[in-house]
Design a protein around this ligand. Structure first.
Ligand code: 3PG
Length: 392
């Protein structure tokens, strides 16, 4: 793919696909991380004499105009991040683009209001391409969607990756493409069923795989351990055993909890105790990894050169069950700062957990992508990235 640096932008209209699908509450953006990530691309286009036309989706209006899903809500945050006014076009995109003056930024209304977007309708992609001279995709977190604005249009215009997309691809390549070994991966979260492809792919690629969170319970149960009231997908016992058998053949060490924090209910600061993973008392549930497990995880981090992380190690939303996640995140951040570890993390919950640990900005790279990060880790081709490779 081409980078923004490879393009001549002076006097050109640059259709820039961004992902500003941000959380909003009562009409206000509550987390502007995705908005701040696109600033370098927009500023660069402006500085080099280009006209940035921002193209984005918001929520899932499914091809209909849903006024509550207008991108207008992002304007104040976008203007604050860019430090300049941003024009907004509800419709009549062609005229709005034609009226742009040098130095101006234009945001187009939610592209998912148009039925052609998610269908990746060639005629709609052509309409989009007709708006500009160059296509720049800075929306890694939407690159797993083969839509007109993420995929179709890339075939119709000279295309490039924006700064944030470029940073993301380089960081991911460093973590899994050709990483410094040993590589340790942490996969946590509630369910094995949502991460089967991920586990299979990682087992082939990493030296150590830490399985945490609710999904670890399924693996413990598959070994015949009674996990009492814990979240567990008992029907996936065979699958879990197959994953462990595959790990044994590829030489991937799996770290599962050997001690766990249990409580009778999932509530903040409820009575809790640490027990061996093989001795979970009846009527209790596993809510976090114990101190011994945490120590093994940190030791694995210390022996690794690359860490890739998706999913929390425990029920981190409710203290004190955030302990293992927070402590492991801080250990990884310290090793990263000491220059001993390349650390890459992604996925919605993971980013919140790392923020909670004040560790996110000390990781080498934290992806703002949810689904796209997972699919990339699963070894899948992302249509939005592949289209840039095959671009005009
Ligand atoms: C995201 O929030 O992960 C991206 O913006 C993609 O959104 P989607 O899952 O609605 O396609």
């Amino acid at each position: 793919w081409n980078a923004l640096d490879d393009m001549v932008l002076a006097g050109k209209t640059v259709l820039t696909r961004v992902d500003i699908n941000v959380p909003v509450k009562d009409g206000t953006v509550t987390d502007d991380t995705r908005i701040t990530r696109i600033v370098p691309t927009v500023r660069d286009i402006l500085a080099r004499g280009g006209k940035p036309v921002l193209l984005a989706h918001f929520d899932r209006p499914k091809g209909r105009v849903v006024p509550e899903m207008s991108l207008r809500v992002t304007l104040p945050a976008l203007e604050a991040a860019l430090g300049q006014p941003v024009r907004f076009a509800e419709g009549g995109f062609k005229d709005a683009v034609a009226a742009m003056q040098p130095g101006e930024v234009l945001l187009l209304e939610n592209i998912r209001f148009f039925p052609g977007e998610e269908k990746n309708d060639p005629a709609f992609a052509l309409e989009l391409a007709d708006l500009a001279d160059i296509y720049c995709n800075d929306a890694f977190s939407a690159a797993h969607r083969a839509h007109a604005s993420t995929e179709g249009v890339a075939h119709l215009l000279p295309s490039c990756a924006g700064r944030s997309m470029e940073a993301e691809l380089r960081a991911l390549e460093a973590a899994l493409g050709n990483p410094a070994r040993p590589v340790v991966a942490v996969v946590g979260g509630a369910k094995v069923s949502t991460k089967l492809d991920l586990l299979s792919n990682l087992i082939e690629k990493v030296d150590t795989l830490v399985i945490g969170g609710g999904m670890a319970n399924t693996f413990l149960a598959a070994q015949g351990i009674d996990v009492a009231k814990s979240l567990c997908e008992h029907d996936l016992a065979d699958t879990a055993r197959a994953i462990m058998a595959k790990a044994a053949t590829t030489g991937c060490e799996i770290i599962l909890p050997t001690d766990v924090v249990v409580a009778e209910s999932f509530a903040a600061h409820t009575d809790h105790t640490t027990v061996a993973a093989t001795a979970v008392p009846p009527g209790t549930m596993i809510l976090d990894a114990g101190a011994q497990t945490l120590e093994r995880i940190v030791t694995a981090f210390e022996g690794a050169k690359t860490l890739i992380w998706n999913g929390p190690l425990g029920a981190f939303e409710i203290p004190p069950f955030d302990h293992a996640t927070v402590a492991a995140a801080r250990a990884a951040a310290d090793l990263t700062e000491a220059g001993r570890l390349v650390s890459v993390a992604g996925g919605g919950d993971t980013v919140s957990a790392l923020n909670q640990a004040h560790a996110a900005d000390r990781f080498t790279y934290v992806s703002t992508a949810g689904g796209a990060f997972l699919e990339w880790m699963e070894g899948k081709t992302l249509p939005g990235v592949a289209a840039l490779d095959r671009g005009v």
